[in-house]
Design a protein around this ligand. Structure first.
Ligand SMILES: Nc1ncnc2c1ncn2[C@@H]1O[C@H](COP(=O)(O)OP(=O)(O)OP(=O)(O)O)[C@@H](O)[C@H]1O
Ligand SMILES: [Mg+2]
Length: 200
């Protein structure tokens, strides 16, 4: 069964080799892995073995689907989605060399004003793109903001973890439904504002 430390070194779908565990979170486990044919480093997110039920699998699917709707420099890109031979979903993401904003704060303490503004602006840009595409993140917090630091350049933000994202143009089982009519838009905007306010 996948989702354990002893999977490191093993292969997934004959395409990926697990290199290490990046983090074991509430629901998921994130691995650093290598795409064997392309020799490319990727992140593979899976559901922890103790958390496998329909609700978590659906949530996982929704995360991949939300990411697939989006194409923005500051939002992590999903590269692949599949099922293991035992039927567990996994998603393959671009690997971010860096750390989460929560780790950065732990390491550096209070961040410089310019750094905060730079991170905030990139997050706002990313959220604006997501909202334009009908995706509400709903779980924006420092541990879901990855920071890629490049010497001599401004840090680059990649927003991750769309696990509880809401897709405005989907119904709960993920099937596409029409976008809201114009007269219901103010309600949507109220929801957008509330969701954004809660997450900051
Ligand atoms: N694409 C990535 N590249 C590098 N590290 C990542 C990537 N995605 C996630 N991580 C690392 O793994 C941690 C957990 O990832 P994520 O937030 O997606 O999972 P989670 O919080 O366990 O998920 P969930 O909230 O859905 O249970 C992140 O805080 C980050 O440190
Ligand atoms: Mg998270």
């Amino acid at each position: 069964m996948l989702g354990k430390a002893d999977e490191v070194g093993s292969k997934l779908a004959d395409q990926y080799e697990f290199l290490s565990i990046v983090e074991t979170g509430g629901m998921g486990v994130v691995y650093k892995a290598r795409h064997l044919a392309l020799n490319q480093i990727v992140a593979i997110k899976m559901i922890q073995t103790g958390q496998i039920d329909e609700k978590h699998i659906e949530r996982f699917r929704r995360e991949a689907k939300a990411l697939a709707e989006l194409d923005h420099f500051n939002i992590i890109q999903v590269k692949d989605f599949g099922l293991t031979e035992t039927g567990l979903p996994y998603m393959v993401l671009d690997f971010v060399e860096g750390m989460s904003l929560s780790e950065l704060i732990k390491q550096q303490g209070v961040l410089k004003f310019e750094t905060v503004i730079n991170i905030f602006a990139q997050c706002a840009d990313a959220l604006s793109h997501a909202h334009e595409h009908g995706v509400l993140h709903r779980d924006l917090k420092p541990s879901n903001i990855m920071i890629k630091e490049i010497p001599g350049q401004k840090p680059i933000v990649k927003i991750i973890d769309f696990g509880i994202a809401k897709l405005l143009n989907s119904d709960s089982d993920g099937a596409l439904t029409p976008l809201p009519s114009l007269h219901s838009l103010p309600r949507c905007f109220r929801n957008l504002n509330r969701s954004t306010a809660y997450t900051w």
